[in-house]
Design a protein around this ligand. Structure first.
Ligand SMILES: Cc1ncc(COP(=O)(O)O)c(C=O)c1O
Length: 434
């Protein structure tokens, strides 16, 4: 009964018809992360505003996810909208080969100032996975340009997720199932979280450094792999081990960047400067696709040469899209002008207070909060679809995956809406329908 095939013509439970575009188009679209035959039909959205998602049938959902963690200022923020509208009128896009424009160069300059240490050379692309591909490519070629051809492998971590393109898949543990066997084999280990595993990690690098290009990690929070947290000390240990064995360190801040974990970047909390960092998601405040791979001079200088073969041969068609860069600049204005990190601190406290009650519920394994991320990990979710539907029936958009139910709202959500989200988690999880 819950399949898309059965329900897509039916409209919602109240009998409302779905719009014509939905009826006609759904048969021609391939949806993400799911078995099309059995998945619950997607909800037709007609508008967004702040922390609200408006559905075609008139229902309004309070959003607990901020569109895969992008819409940090809420939807349709007038400052971002105005910046994009102005940009659209003068220069929506121009190729970045042989041409540059103000929004991109301003953004590169601002990112270099905001990022810690000497992370100061920005390569733009249009999605997180591509930003990761570029980081991996930079790291491989860094060694080749220095005459070292043996360093072809990456060290990545259990539970890590870095995207869906093949290079990113190869350094991810989460999500890709059997396809992982088809991509280059890298070195996957557990994050070194105690003295013993830190020593083992160090021994691994001592043994194999001459075949390792870089270590790749999501700093502080492994997101799509299960919303798992680790301490800043882990990152300090990775930095020290990378330095000791002369291996590059890549931080994938696509999820954690721009305040989500409590500091502007997760690396700020650890006082660690990676050699390369990847950014996307909240970079444009959730309005347009844009990503950046940012390198330190140490990396960039290995490409600076009279030899054309030492150049980075990469250039996505829509890289540095002017609309995306205008949105990102406007988003950075908001971080400067409005109290975003204070809002994250307040949300963190409210999530910790509110979700604590879940600890007493049967089947709850763990409750944890880091910055504006609240997680209730269950022993097991047997009916993910039922749980997702129940949240929608409760008037909230909360999308559990694996064994976690989590909240990553916009930083601007008001107290009342945040408490509706928290209450919904408590109520729905106490029903044991999952
Ligand atoms: C840490 C991390 N890296 C990379 C990606 C991939 O980004 P995109 O979906 O924009 O390709 C994601 C997406 O969830 C992510 O969380």
């Amino acid at each position: 009964m819950s399949s898309m095939a059965n329900e897509r013509r039916a409209g919602d439970a109240a009998g409302n018809r779905n719009p014509d575009w939905y009826e006609r188009g759904l048969a021609h679209v391939w949806l993400p992360y799911g078995q099309m035959k059995t998945m619950a039909p997607p909800l037709p959205v007609v508008a967004t505003e702040g922390s609200r998602i408006m559905l075609a049938d008139g229902r309004v959902l309070i959003d607990g996810i901020a569109s895969w963690w992008t819409a940090c200022h809420g939807y349709n923020h007038p400052h971002i909208r105005a910046a994009v509208e102005r940009q659209l009128a003068s220069l929506p896009h121009v190729m970045f080969g042989g041409l540059v424009h103000e929004p991109a160069l301003r953004l590169a300059d601002r990112l270099a100032v905001l990022l810690p240490g000497d992370l100061d050379r920005v390569f733009f692309s249009e999605s997180g996975s591509v930003a990761v591909e570029i980081a991996l490519k930079m790291a491989l070629q860094y060694w080749i340009n220095r005459g070292i051809r043996t360093r072809r492998r990456f060290v990545a971590f259990t539970g890590g997720y870095h995207g869906d393109t093949t290079g990113a898949m190869a350094v991810s543990e989460a999500m890709h199932g059997e396809l992982r066997a088809l991509v280059p084999e890298h070195i996957h280990v557990a994050l070194p979280q105690d003295e013993e595993s830190a020593a083992a990690f160090d021994r691994l690098l001592a043994r194999q450094a001459d075949e390792i290009a870089a270590i790749v990690v999501e700093p502080l929070v492994q997101g799509a792999g299960g919303m798992r947290f680790h301490a800043p000390e882990v990152l300090r240990h990775l930095r020290a081990a990378a330095d000791r064995h002369d291996v590059l360190l890549i931080f994938d801040e696509i999820f954690t960047g721009f305040g989500r974990t409590g500091t502007l970047f997760a690396c700020d909390a650890a006082g660690v400067v990676p050699d390369i960092v990847t950014l996307s998601k909240a970079l444009t405040g959730g309005t347009l696709p844009l990503a950046a791979t940012v390198a330190r001079p140490r990396v960039f200088e290995a490409f600076w040469s009279d030899d054309p073969a030492h150049a980075l041969m990469h250039g996505p068609t829509y890289m540095a899209n002017a609309l995306g860069c205008a949105a990102a600049n406007a988003s950075l204005d908001l971080f400067a002008q409005e109290p975003r990190l204070a809002q994250v601190r307040a949300m963190s406290a409210a999530l910790a207070r509110g979700l604590a009650a879940c600890r007493g519920l049967a089947g709850v394994k763990d409750v944890r909060v880091q910055g504006a991320i609240g997680v209730v990990e269950l022993e097991k979710i047997t009916d993910l679809d039922a749980l997702r539907r129940r949240f929608i029936a409760a008037g909230v958009f909360i999308r559990p995956f694996g064994s976690v139910v989590y909240l990553t709202p916009a930083f601007t959500i008001d107290d009342e809406d945040l408490s509706v989200l928290i209450r919904a988690v408590l109520e729905v999880l106490s029903e044991r329908i999952w």
